[in-house]
Design a protein around this ligand. Structure first.
Ligand code: PGA
Length: 254
C-alpha cells in the first residue's frame, strides 16, 4: 500500500506572518488525520518560520526548488544541505513553472534530484505535457522523455526515495482539472516506465501525485483512482479551510 501524500505548493505567496497564521489555523485540524502525509512548500524565505510553526504537528515542510551544488559563488541559489539544516524534509524539483520561466532541463532536474537525495531530502519530481503537446498526441512521448532524462539515470537505491508529480501544464492554475481517467492513464504510463527501468517493486512503491487545479470539490473523485497516490496542490493550498478539505478527502464532499 502506498501512503498518499498531499503537498501544498505555495509558489510565490504569503509573508512570514501569513505563514504562521496558516499553520495556527490548520495544525489542530490535521492532528488526528493518519491516512495521508501532509506537506507544505512555502517560498525559501519562509521555510524557517514554517518549520517552527509546524513543529509538533503532522505537517512536514518542503522547498520549491534546490540548487545542485552544496555551496559556492551562485548568487541567489539555495543548496540541499541548507534546506535540510533548516528543517525541510521534502523538495519539489522540475516544476513546469521552473521549466518554462527559468530554463529547467532534464539534466538539471536530474542534478537537483541527486543533490536533494544526497542531503536526505525527499524529492517530488514534476513531469507533464503542455497543451500543444497533448493536442499533437505527444503526451506519452513527452512523459517518456522527461522520465528518461530526469529520473531513469538515478540508481535504484536513489529512485526508491523519489515521488513523482504528474502535472499536465494545461491544468495548472487554469481551473481545468484533468479528468480522473486522463490522470490515471498518464500515471499508468509512468508506472510502466518505472517498471521497465527499475522493476516491479519500485513501480509498486513509487508514489505518483497528480497536480493541476486540484480543489476540495474534485479531490475525492481524483483519489478514487487507485493510480493516484496524492496531490500537489497550488492555489487551493493557500487557504487553510480549502487545503484542509483536500487533505481530509475521504470525508470531503464531491
Ligand atoms: P494549481 O497548481 O493547483 O494552482 O493548478 C498546481 C501546481 O502547480 O503544483
Amino acid at each position: 500500500m502506498r501512503k498518499p501524500v498531499i503537498a501544498g505548493n505555495w509558489k510565490m505567496h504569503k509573508t512570514g506572518p501569513e505563514t504562521a497564521a496558516f499553520f495556527a489555523q490548520i495544525a489542530p485540524r490535521v492532528a488526528g488525520l493518519e491516512h495521508a502525509e501532509v506537506v507544505i512548500c512555502p517560498p525559501f524565505v519562509n521555510v524557517a518560520i514554517a518549520v517552527e510553526s509546524a513543529k509538533s504537528t503532522r505537517i512536514e515542510i518542503g522547498a520549491q526548488d534546490v540548487f545542485w551544488l552544496k555551496e559556492g559563488a551562485y548568487t541567489g541559489e539555495v543548496s540541499a544541505p541548507m534546506l535540510a539544516a533548516a528543517g525541510c524534509r521534502w523538495v519539489i524539483v522540475g516544476h513546469s513553472e521552473r521549466r518554462r520561466c527559468f530554463g529547467e532541463t532534464e539534466e538539471t532536474v536530474f542534478k537537483r534530484t541527486v543533490a536533494a537525495l544526497d542531503a536526505g531530502l525527499k524529492p517530488i519530481v514534476c513531469v507533464g505535457e503542455r497543451l500543444e503537446q497533448r493536442e499533437a498526441g505527444r503526451t506519452e512521448a513527452v512523459l517518456a522523455e522527461q522520465f528518461a532524462g530526469g529520473l531513469a539515470p538515478l540508481s535504484p537505491e536513489q529512485f526508491i526515495r523519489v515521488s513523482i508529480a504528474y502535472e499536465p501544464v494545461w491544468a495548472i492554475g487554469t481551473g481545468k482539472t484533468a479528468t480522473p481517467e486522463t490522470a490515471a492513464e498518464a500515471h499508468r504510463f509512468l508506472r510502466e516506465r518505472i517498471r521497465d527501468k527499475f522493476g516491479a517493486h519500485a513501480a509498486d512503491a513509487c508514489r505518483i501525485l497528480y497536480g493541476g487545479s486540484v480543489k476540495p470539490d474534485n479531490i475525492k473523485t481524483l483519489m478514487a483512482q487507485p493510480e493516484l497516490d496524492g496531490a500537489l496542490v497550488g492555489g487551493a493550498s493557500l487557504d487553510p479551510a480549502s487545503f484542509f478539505a483536500i487533505v481530509n478527502y475521504p470525508v470531503s464532499a464531491t
